[in-house]
Write a protein that binds this ligand. Structure first.
Ligand SMILES: Nc1ncnc2c1ncn2[C@@H]1O[C@H](COP(=O)(O)OP(=O)(O)O)[C@@H](O)[C@H]1O
Ligand SMILES: [Mg+2]
Length: 211
């Protein structure tokens, strides 16, 4: 086997042309960079890694990207693919939309509650609302799974209405049926959530009905 001395190895590196170096850079893993970006924007790792079967993503959800308005993904049963669909859309829009954010509603309310309890320092509620109103697309995952209170309702209203009035699009996933959403959140919040496309998931076979 041919031995390369340390000096020869060093010389071989310095003889690399600019083009060679550029090629080296291009070999940086684009899949990894994309995954890191999705993670920074809040998409849970589990769903970033999940190999999604695109055939199981309802057409109406897919087409939402090219339509106006919000997207509501709902269905009583868990595990039918609601969050998976939202994460799939994130992967698609990450290519074109410069700003989006994925947030779990229970997490959001826990974070907000920490600001209500804290005397000073840390994130303020205004900052939380602002961060969620600003992105072009926001995914609110698992609405209805949070511990509800007057204050959590106000926070959700501020986020949803703030986005609505800026014409920014919001995707909501929930285990609640539309009538349950109205009962729990009232007309003001739900009329904004409902404006756009609704996709219902039911049963294990992920049969889809659109309204
Ligand atoms: N389109 C899909 N392709 C591949 N796996 C899927 C798909 N939809 C759902 N799954 C699987 O089902 C599990 C539950 O889906 P999830 O989106 O978390 O359900 P939900 O949010 O409705 O409770 C996922 O962790 C994933 O393993
Ligand atoms: Mg879910």
């Amino acid at each position: 086997m041919e031995q390369v001395t340390r000096e020869e190895f060093r010389l071989s590196l310095t003889n690399l042309t600019a083009a060679d170096r550029f090629d080296d850079r291009q070999q940086a893993d684009p899949g990894k960079e994309r995954a890191e970006r999705l993670a920074r924007l809040g998409v849970p790792e589990r769903y970033i890694e999940l190999e999604i079967d695109p055939a199981a993503i309802p057409e109406a959800a897919r087409q939402w990207r090219t339509r106006q308005g919000n997207l509501l993904i709902y269905g009583r049963e868990t595990g039918t693919g609601k969050t998976t669909t939202a994460a799939f859309l994130c992967k698609l829009i990450a290519e074109t939309v410069t700003s989006f954010r994925f947030v779990g509603v229970p997490d959001l309310i826990i974070r907000a509650r920490a600001t209500w309890n804290a005397k000073r320092g840390g994130e303020t509620e205004d900052e939380i609302v602002d961060k969620l109103v600003r992105p072009g697309v926001l995914i609110l995952d698992d609405l209805g799974a949070e511990q509800s209170s007057e204050t959590s309702l106000q926070l959700l209203y501020a986020v949803i209405d703030g986005r609505w009035s800026q014409n920014r699009r919001t995707v909501v996933t929930t285990n609640l049926e539309p009538a349950d959403l109205v009962a729990r959140y009232g007309d003001k919040i739900t009329s904004r959530i409902f404006s756009g496309v609704q996709v219902q998931y039911s049963g294990n076979d992920r049969r889809i009905f659109t309204a």
